[in-house]
Design a protein around this ligand. Structure first.
Ligand code: SAH
Ligand code: SF4
Ligand code: F3S
Length: 484
């Protein structure tokens, strides 16, 4: 497949290392056959954007002739696609890559690469260079399409290659992709983030918003439908900001168009920033039958003081009012959220407001995080006396998780007896012999069924509820499981 670059590329700011010539264009590298007879492993940390990027890397590697493997021991090339959103995923990368020093000593031809969000931070890039000398290749989120060329340089020069661009170019279309799943797919619709949440590193690692042209997105989804894909998840750090930089399209408009693609049965999108949820988007949720009744709407905190200091640009009251409008517009919609505790300056009273907001909204689920300072973000410059001690933050997150778990369980129990549409995902890991799938509201259901149902939509009656999963039984029509 030929690669195309939309419009003229802006000049990259390449970081040379050793004798490397600086890259001069944003054009994708020509395919090579470097990988013939070699195996490559791609290890992914972080969000769905990273998972989707890893699928592109697998596509590029496959086109170069590499065979893909999940076994580190048999790989000739290992790429770590990294995440910087909190300290923990970064620590894991240093740990895992550090351990490979020994393997590389035994297997000198092994090549190791670090890419994704970590190298986009200059401090982290330096730390990688200094503390992980056995790493051969370092590149950023904006250099993904240059993987073949960079690998070729590693092989040709035998030297370490580092290329991290910090200036967003145009969106590169037409890259090959090797997807992990055969019936549900991630489709990136917008790269980057223009928000300035004071705790968040993502705008640094991903750059400014860049929306893909709707034709490119619709083309990709049409191809997916032709290949038998049933579900698409439209991705962006702020998916609901889609099109702001293009001017002539928005997420609502895109949903109407995707809804018309035959073969696609379910449409999801993530993540949404509350400030971009328009009445038009709510209407699009209600009017497009393929768009699933689930919205991930991170609130982060319940106190106006904290929200203001986080730079979120909405108030508690505004968020609650939005939730009410969404629920009125799309009855029965599932709402999930992200919450941070221990943000600098968060008092017990502030935290109580997060608890009370969670009680009031009754989210269907929530991801909860302890604030993790990220170098270069505004919140790290708040006075040291405002920092919340680790034990206090831990105590808060436990209380918050307890509350949310109780609510999740209660909400799941309300579903017992209902008949729901489930997209069958595969064999249950916890309950051998059973299948697992997801409802339109994104709940996991475990039920008995034949493996031939994987990738299909079936009807399941909910028979039991736990905090994170539902149990069910397939609804039978005649002898067969009812397909949808
Ligand atoms: N773009 C998305 C999510 C970005 S990262 C959005 O705005 O909704 C996913 C979640 O990680 C965020 O919603 C936030 O809850 C959390 N997060 C981001 N930075 C963090 C930090 N420094 N410490 C702890 N949690 C953080
Ligand atoms: Fe980070 Fe805020 Fe952008 Fe989400 S909206 S990626 S939390 S800066
Ligand atoms: Fe992490 Fe980068 Fe995603 S920081 S959350 S992998 S955009």
């Amino acid at each position: 497949m030929a690669e195309a670059v939309n419009g003229a590329g802006k000049g990259p700011s390449a970081n040379g290392f050793g004798t490397l010539p600086a890259a001069t264009s944003r054009e994708a590298a020509p395919a090579t056959f470097l990988g013939r007879g070699r195996k490559a492993q791609v290890v992914t940390f972080g969000c769905q954007m990273n998972e989707r990027d890893s699928e592109t890397m697998r596509g590029l590697l496959t086109r170069m002739g590499y065979a893909l493997t999940d076994e580190t021991g048999e790989a000739d090339l290992i790429l770590f696609n990294t995440c910087s959103v909190r300290e923990n995923p970064e620590r894991k990368v240093y740990g895992r890559v550090g351990l490979l020093r020994e393997l590389k000593a035994r297997k000198p031809w092994l090549k190791i690469g670090i890419c994704g969000c970590m190298p986009q931070q200059r401090a982290e890039q330096r730390r990688i260079e200094e503390t992980l000398p056995h790493v051969d290749l370092v590149f950023g989120t904006m250099n993904l399409h240059r993987l073949p060329e960079l690998l070729q340089r590693v092989e040709e020069t035998g030297e370490r290659v580092i290329e991290v661009w910090h200036e967003e170019g145009d969106v590169v279309e037409g890259l090959p992709v090797q997807r992990l799943n055969g019936f549900k797919a991630f489709v990136t619709i917008i790269y980057g983030c223009n928000e300035h949440c004071t705790y968040c590193i993502v705008p640094t690692t991903r750059g400014r918003e860049r929306s893909r042209r709707p034709e490119a997105i619709l083309d990709e989804i049409q191809t997916l439908a032709d290949q038998g894909y049933r579900e698409v998840t439209l991705l962006g750090q702020t998916a609901d900001a889609y099109g702001r930089d293009l001017g002539d399209v928005d997420l609502a408009g895109l949903l109407y168009q995707v809804n018309r693609i035959r073969g696609i049965r379910r449409i999801r999108f993530t993540t949404s920033h509350p400030k971009h949820v328009t009445p038009r988007l709510i209407r699009a949720l209600a009017e497009n039958e393929k768009v699933c009744e689930h919205l991930h709407l991170p609130v982060q905190a319940g106190s106006n003081r904290t929200l203001k200091r986080m730079g979120r640009h909405y108030t508690r009251e505004g968020y609650l009012e939005l939730v009410e409008r969404i629920r009125r517009g799309v009855p029965g919609i599932a709402l999930t959220t992200d919450l941070i505790v221990g943000f600098p300056g968060e008092t017990e009273e502030d935290f109580q407001e997060t608890l009370s907001l969670v009680e009031e909204v009754r989210f269907d689920g929530a991801f909860t995080f302890i604030y993790s300072p990220r170098i270069g973000t505004a919140a790290t410059r708040f006075p040291a006396e405002q920092w919340v001690p680790a034990e206090v933050a831990k105590d808060r997150i436990y209380r918050l998780i307890d509350l949310q778990n109780r609510i999740s369980l209660e909400k799941n129990r309300e579903l017992v007896g209902q008949e729901l549409e489930v997209l069958v995902e595969g064999a249950s890991e916890k309950e051998p012999g059973k299948l697992t799938g997801r409802t339109r509201s994104n709940r996991i259901v475990v039920f008995e069924g034949d493996a031939s149902l994987v990738g299909r939509l079936v009807r399941v009656r909910v028979t039991g509820a736990q905090t994170f999963t539902l149990e069910g039984e397939p609804v039978r029509r005649g002898l067969a499981t009812a397909a949808v």
